[in-house]
Design a protein around this ligand. Structure first.
Ligand code: HEM
Length: 443
């Protein structure tokens, strides 16, 4: 599929959807004139997506997006490969066990959801319309901050605000055939490097502070766990301060932005679908009554889970998962040359009419399937967290957080919006194009 570079950059998601619709599960997208050309292989079929993501030796993480992230944030669990990644994953997997999530992180989410409800009561009484995205960035930042740092999240809030500009600038660079080398002080490069420098300094200070004031820290926040982390296979092996800084920064970035976008999009999808709000509200009233919804209630809230799954199908925060080829590869019967950019597109899979009939319609019943049946008819029809060995390590945290916050909001409020559709565009993650006005009315 041939297009103009400006068009692809302006409407990246539209291009990916069009490729899935008109070309199929694997499309070669060529944009821009020779010498100024971007070529990417967009994968929008569940089985090809699983093939690419399931084989990290064939499909590597050297694509432009990861190149930019690595340069910006250092090598971390998201960007590393091979032995470095294995070592980091061994260190970090114990931070993400189900038990730890339920005992240490879930209460933080419930507490922050209660805080949000109190704040919304004030806005509702004044009849104020709020921007769901700004609101959810704040909620997700506070939750990420508290999970990472314990109770004192003041430094994290400044940190997360700086990520907003970094996110947009990194995708601009990734989708550029010749990004200006970072060492050349263009205004954009200076902004990016200033932002990154500040982020590094804040995290470094946090680590120094923690080491100085609480060297034998027994805290259960992620930073304490990172400082104490060791390799079970080799207990003398510890993470260096730089590694701790790079992982902590990644957790803040990977954890808050994706979750904030998912929360904001879910609220708007619900505001546009009053019948689904009522369905979830009835379920919450019957299962939870007046107490705050907690992680143990979720088993009794199946429609809440389906609503969240359907919102993540339509609006996958990680809209594209980039890979690259080191050698020539064959995928779906087509040759992909060495050093190509292959983009597995959850957006493309989720919006493909070949996988999901009427893909643009919000219908949580798609996830109400019988035993042995699969939503979308395929194990990999729903891949907002990726799949294979590099699938999201924070998936349980993200899903839990979105469900608990949405449950708390719907328990107390009915939501409406003047929007008629959800406006989003692609940065490194999906981002709303402008404000997402939502009104919260007490039930
Ligand atoms: C709704 C929320 C989230 C979404 C949609 C999401 C999405 C994803 C996706 C698609 C990947 C795979 C990337 C790839 O294969 O290249 C990924 C990986 C990752 N995510 Fe998430 N994520 C979410 C929440 C979180 C949270 C809360 C954390 C951390 C606390 C987190 C940390 C990570 C890390 C560290 C990886 C790399 C894992 C590895 O390669 O071993 N994510 N995420």
């Amino acid at each position: 599929m041939v297009g103009c570079l400006r068009e692809v950059r302006r409407d990246y998601l539209g291009t990916i959807s069009r490729a899935a619709r008109e070309v199929g599960g694997l499309a070669r997208i060529v944009a821009g004139p020779p010498g100024w050309r971007v070529v990417l292989y967009s994968v929008a079929s569940p089985s090809l997506a699983a093939e690419v993501l399931g084989q990290p030796d064939r499909f590597r993480k050297q694509a432009p997006g990861y190149r930019e992230l690595r340069q910006a944030l250092g090598d971390n669990l998201l960007t590393s490969e091979d032995e470095v990644w294995h070592r980091q994953r061994r260190f970090l997997a114990p931070l993400f066990t189900r038990r730890r999530i339920l005992t240490d992180y879930a209460p933080v989410m419930v507490g922050e959801a209660e805080r949000l409800v109190a704040r919304l009561r004030v806005a509702a009484a004044a009849g104020t319309i709020l921007d769901a995205y700004a609101l959810m960035v704040e909620v997700a930042s506070r939750i990420s901050g508290r999970i990472l740092l314990g109770t004192d999240i003041t430094p994290a809030v400044g940190l997360l605000q700086r990520f907003r500009t970094i996110n947009d600038q990194l995708l601009g660079r990734a989708v550029s055939p010749h990004p200006v080398p970072a060492r050349i002080p263009t205004p954009a490069n200076r902004r990016l490097s200033r932002g990154l420098g500040e982020v590094r300094r804040i995290v470094d200070d946090l680590i120094t502070d923690r080491r100085a004031n609480d060297p034998s820290s027994v805290g259960t926040d992620l930073l304490s766990l990172l400082l104490r982390a060791h390799d079970a296979a080799n207990p003398a092996d510890r993470l260096s301060d730089t590694e701790i800084r790079d992982q902590a920064t990644l957790f803040l970035l990977a954890g808050h932005d994706t979750t904030a976008v998912t929360l904001a999009c879910t609220l708007v999808h619900l505001a546009l679908a009053p019948e689904w709000q009522r369905r979830v509200q009835d379920e919450i009233d019957a299962a939870v009554h007046d107490s705050s919804p907690t992680a143990t209630d979720l088993d009794r809230l199946p429609w809440l889970g389906r609503v969240v799954h359907e919102a993540m199908r339509l609006s996958p925060a990680a809209h594209g998962i980039a890979r690259s080829t080191r050698d020539d590869q064959v995928l779906g019967g087509y040759r992909i040359p060495a050093r190509s950019w292959v983009e597995v597109s959850p957006w493309g899979v989720h919006h493909s009419p070949a996988v999901w009939p009427e893909p643009g319609r919000f219908d949580p019943r798609r996830f109400d399937v019988g035993p042995g049946e699969l939503p979308g008819g395929h194990r990999y029809a729903w891949i907002p967290f990726g799949t294979g060995p590099r699938a999201c390590v924070g998936m349980q945290i993200g899903l839990l957080e979105v469900q608990l916050v949405i449950a708390a909001v719907l328990q107390h409020f009915t939501i409406t919006t003047p929007l008629t559709a959800l406006p989003v565009h692609a940065a490194i993650t999906l981002v709303p194009t402008g404000a997402l006005p939502v009104r919260f009315q007490p039930r």
